[in-house]
Design a protein around this ligand. Structure first.
Ligand code: UDP
Ligand code: MG
Length: 348
């Protein structure tokens, strides 16, 4: 194929993003399309739910109280991430009472980041807000975010000016982590942000095209670019229930963030390797000189320590390679990100 010439085959090859079946259908039925556009809600509020039965009713009423006065159509997309309490029943009851509440029911627990992904996949709003369902992120802040969106910003993230009710350990590790990730990656993830944010349809569509499995959503949404700004807010303490992020999950989440945006851990092996090799060279010179002037360097202990130390360093880097390799393996398998058992309220 000659360069720069677009053949008919190129244009109509099936995997071109704009060449899906949707377009011919809308061309054939312009009227229907206009109707669906009118029905498209202006705002979607997406919230992941994992064992939050106590808080759901209050979450729902606070969202409605905040968004309804704006006088524009909206939907609330609740993603049930395999809850084992009555969360699903409560969500279904909310949907019965108010059809603006839509429910995605996962077949099992897939995790917070995947639940957010599913919610934004299904959301149809012009602007999509992602918010925790435990009322740590005040729903009223969405109204401030919407105001910035009206000004033309396309991604508005929540910046925590204060965090109530978190342990000193969580605050310290979080601040360390965000400082580290800003240092070693090229994406500029703003400090003190979580997943609480409002995204324009364009940002949501860009995110939808990124199907990586180990998702660090707050990084991905910065990576896509667009006009971004922050809105500061005070993060409340959890109203009820317990955190679903024990240390083990937090560590995995941190590793997901680092591996998704940086090769530095892998490159570290090279740097350490050079350093140790230089040290070894120096050792050889010292040992040879000592031998030449007749002084033997005695010591099994030295040998043992050196071998153990190098063995440890090598295992650490093997582990780091393993972290990347496992993630590559997960991508290669190409499994779906999540399995939806039921999607309620999306038909029409
Ligand atoms: N969550 C989820 N799936 C999980 C863990 C958490 O959908 O596997 C939801 C949870 O219901 C909450 C949000 O994600 O709405 C944040 O979780 P959590 O409050 O436990 O995290 P923290 O605020 O303590 O970091
Ligand atoms: Mg929380």
């Amino acid at each position: 194929m000659s360069m720069g010439v677009l053949t008919g085959k190129d244009i109509f090859s099936g995997d071109h993003p704009h060449m899906t079946l949707v377009e011919p259908v809308t061309q054939a039925r312009p009227r229907d399309q206009r109707v669906t556009d009118a029905e498209r809600p202006t705002f979607s509020i997406v919230a992941p739910v994992y064992n939050e039965e106590v808080l759901l009713p209050e979450f729902y009423s606070r969202v409605v109280a905040a968004i309804e006065p704006l006088g524009e159509p909206f939907e609330i997309v609740l993603v049930n991430d395999g809850s084992r309490d009555r969360s699903l029943q409560i969500m279904l009851e909310l949907h019965e009472r108010d059809p603006r509440v839509k429910v995605i029911n996962f077949s099992r627990n897939f995790g917070h980041q995947i639940a957010i992904t599913a919610g934004t996949d299904y959301a149809r709003g012009e602007a999509v807000a992602v918010i925790d369902s435990d009322l740590q992120d005040p729903p009223e802040v969405i109204v401030d975010m919407i105001a910035r969106w009206r000004e033309g910003y396309q991604l508005i993230y929540g910046v925590r000016s204060e965090r109530e009710g978190e342990t000193a350990f969580k605050l310290a590790t979080a601040s360390l982590f965000y400082r580290l990730i800003r240092k070693i990656t090229s994406v500029d993830i703003p400090a003190d942000t979580g997943d609480f944010r409002l995204m324009d349809r364009k940002v949501v569509d860009a995110l939808k095209s990124m199907r990586e499995h180990h998702r660090f959503m707050r990084g991905l949404s910065v990576w896509v670019g667009f006009k971004q700004t922050g809105v500061t807010y005070k993060r409340d303490a959890r109203k009820a229930g317990v955190t679903k992020y024990p240390l083990r999950k937090m560590l995995k989440f941190a590793m997901d963030g680092i591996t998704a945006f940086s090769y530095l851990p892998l490159q570290l092996a090279t740097y350490v390797g050079f350093g140790v090799a230089a040290l070894g060279l120096l050792g050889i010179i010292i040992v040879m000189t000592l031998r030449l002037i007749g002084n033997e360097l005695a010591g099994q202990a030295t040998t043992l320590v050196a071998v153990l130390f190098m063995g440890g360093v090598q295992l650490v880097f093997l582990g780091i390679i393993g972290e990347y390799l496992g993630r590559i393996y997960d991508e290669v398998k190409q499994r779906p990100l999540y399995i939806v058992a039921d999607a309620i309220g999306f038909e029409e």
